[in-house]
Design a protein around this ligand. Structure first.
Ligand SMILES: Cc1cc2nc3c(=O)[nH]c(=O)nc-3n(C[C@H](O)[C@H](O)[C@H](O)COP(=O)(O)O)c2cc1C
Length: 241
């Protein structure tokens, strides 16, 4: 089989940009609201009084590794807050755009973040949604989901010993309404920026993290109550010590 016969190659070809096809591949998708919130959920503000003193960037870059050996460490809300700031902290406001620590194509921010908290000294186990505007967590499910996430991640055992699992979904329409089919490329780039920030911030906080792409998509969508069409899960990362 040649690469040219694959669906992936077809997608890349059909979504490439050239002077010839510029502006000719538009699709009709209505834009949607750029933020998600669970107004009925219990809300936990994330504390960010003072940033911790950490090693320099190049030392952190040198140390980063995908680490999977965790000891059921009870993570603090303060540590969670710094991780959340690293991935989606708002650092500037330009018009109605809330610019963040991670870049986003067209400042459209298609990625939503959920945290499955297994072990924390300050938060009860459960699944929380990161509400970016108020920088708080919204509790959407109660309980330790380590075992279930392990199954969803094809049996990867470290999901059970991780303190936290970050789950990222994409609200496809946010980016695709502007960029059409090519928008999907940008969505995956967006989430990779976010995840890399998490991995580096984890090293800075003496935590360990691992990005995870192997999971049962539909089962994870179902766990979070996502329809898998307008919003679907696309990436995971475990964090522990
Ligand atoms: C997109 C992506 C998906 C990954 N999925 C998994 C995974 O499902 N399970 C896992 O243990 N590691 C996963 N990894 C981590 C890689 O195995 C790891 O980055 C690679 O072995 C290089 O090691 P390093 O990150 O320590 O430098 C993934 C990494 C990326 C970038």
């Amino acid at each position: 089989m040649s690469i040219k016969e694959t669906l992936s190659f077809h997608f890349l070809k059909e979504t490439n940009l050239s002077w010839e096809n510029l502006g000719k591949r538009e699709i009709k998708l209505e834009p949607t609201f750029p933020y998600k919130a669970y107004p009925m959920a219990e809300k936990i503000p994330l504390p960010l009084e003072e940033f911790p003193q950490t090693e320099g960037l190049f030392s952190i870059l040198t140390k980063r590794r995908s680490e999977r050996n965790y000891k059921r460490y009870f993570i603090s809300l303060r540590e969670i807050a710094f991780l959340c700031f690293a991935i989606q902290g708002v650092t500037a406001r330009v018009g109605h755009y809330l610019l963040r620590t991670a870049p986003s194509a067209g400042a459209l921010y298609p990625i939503e973040t959920y945290l499955a908290v297994n072990y924390s000294r300050d938060l009860t186990p459960g699944i929380y949604h990161l509400e970016v505007r108020s920088f708080s967590l919204e509790k959407i499910l109660e309980g330790n989901f380590g075992k279930i996430l392990r199954e969803i991640a094809l049996g990867q055992a470290f999901f059970e010993t991780a303190s936290l699992v970050f789950i990222w979904s994409a609200v496809l329409r946010r980016t695709m309404a502007k960029y059409g089919e090519r928008g999907l490329r940008y969505i995956f780039m967006d989430v990779a920026h976010i995840c890399q920030n998490l991995l580096l911030a984890s090293v800075a906080l003496n935590l360990k993290a691992c990005p995870v792409g192997a999971f049962l998509d539909e089962d994870l969508d179902e766990l979070l109550g996502l329809d898998g069409v307008e919003e679907k899960t696309i990436y995971l990362a475990t964090v522990g010590k």
